[in-house]
Design a protein around this ligand. Structure first.
Ligand code: ZN
Ligand code: FE
Length: 257
C-alpha cells in the first residue's frame, strides 16, 4: 500500500500534515479544522486519527471541530500536557499501531519548546523513516524555548540527530528560508548551506513547501545541530566553549534575528 503525505497550509506559516491511503486520513497538529475538513472532503477521506505534538493553540485549535465532524477519530497527545478533548496520552517508548496506514509510530519525548512535547517516528520496514517533530526541529532551525531549558532542548535535538540520515522530517512551520539566512551569518562558507539556500529560494518562489527535510540535510546545514562547527564557534567568538554554551547563545541570537 502506498500512503501519501501532503501539507495543508494553515494560518501564516503552519503545515498540518495529512497522511492518507485513499480512504482514511491522519492529521498531525490540526491547529485549524476548516482547511483539514475541506481537504478530506475533496479527497473523499474519512478522518481516523489525530496526532498532537504539544499543547500550543496553533497545533490543537482544530481538534474539537474535527471530532465533531469525525466522531470516530482517535486522538493521541502527550502525557505530560493537559488537553480538553478525549485522547490517548502517550510518552516515550510507546508504539501506536495504525494498520490502515501500515504504520507503527514510536513516541519520542522531546522537552524544550514545551515540557511535554513529543514526536512521532515511523518504523516502516521497507521505507525510510518518517518523523513528525512539531516545533522541535525546523528546516535549518529549532523551536523557541518556551518551557524547557537549553540543556533539555539540546538533548532532544541530539536524539533526533541520531536518527538514520535518510529519515524524512515533517516540521510544523515554514521557517526554513529565514532560518537559512540566519545560519549563513554563522557559517557563510558552509557549501551545503549555500546549496540549500539556493534550492529553498527556488522552492519558495514557486510557492512549494521547503519540507520535508531529512536528518542528513539538517546535520549538514542546521546550526542548532552544528555546535561542533569551528566556523560557527569562531563567528560567535566561542572557541573552546561547551556545546551547550554554543547552543544557548545561538538560540538566543536567533530569538532576536
Ligand atoms: Zn509551538
Ligand atoms: Fe507552532
Amino acid at each position: 500500500m502506498q500512503i501519501q503525505i501532503i501539507p495543508i497550509p494553515a494560518f501564516k506559516d503552519n503545515y498540518i500534515w495529512l497522511v492518507h491511503n485513499g480512504n482514511a486520513g491522519l492529521v498531525i497538529d490540526p491547529g485549524d479544522a476548516q482547511p483539514v475538513i475541506s481537504h478530506l472532503k475533496q479527497l473523499g477521506l474519512n478522518l481516523s486519527t489525530i496526532l498532537i505534538t504539544h499543547h500550543h493553540h496553533d497545533h490543537i485549535g482544530g481538534v474539537s471541530d474535527l471530532l465533531a465532524a469525525y466522531p470516530e477519530a482517535q486522538v493521541f497527545a502527550p502525557k505530560l500536557e493537559t488537553f480538553d478533548f478525549i485522547h490517548h496520552a502517550v510518552s516515550e517508548g510507546e508504539h501506536i499501531l495504525l494498520p490502515e496506514f501500515e504504520l507503527t509510530l514510536e513516541v519520542l519525548d522531546l522537552p524544550g519548546h514545551t515540557l511535554g512535547h513529543v514526536a512521532y517516528l515511523s518504523q516502516s520496514a521497507n521505507d525510510s523513516p518518517i518523523l513528525f517533530c512539531g516545533d522541535t526541529l525546523f528546516g535549518a532551525g529549532c523551536g523557541r524555548l518556551f518551557e524547557g531549558t537549553p540543556a533539555q532542548m539540546l538533548t532532544s535535538l541530539k536524539k533526533l540527530a541520531a536518527l538514520p540520515t535518510e529519515t524524512r522530517v515533517y516540521c510544523t512551520h515554514e521557517y526554513t528560508l529565514h532560518n537559512i539566512n540566519f545560519a549563513l551569518g554563522l557559517e557563510p562558507n558552509n557549501q551545503a548551506l549555500l546549496n540549500r539556500h539556493q534550492s529553498t529560494i527556488a522552492q519558495r518562489n514557486q510557492l512549494l513547501p521547503s519540507l520535508p527535510s531529512t536528518i542528513g540535510l539538517e546535520l549538514a546545514t542546521n546550526p542548532f545541530l552544528r555546535g561542533h562547527s569551528l566556523e560557527i564557534q569562531t563567528s560567535l567568538g566561542l572557541k573552546n566553549a561547551s556545546e551547550l554554551e554554543v547552543f544557548s547563545i545561538t538560540r538566543d541570537m536567533r530569538n532576536h534575528y
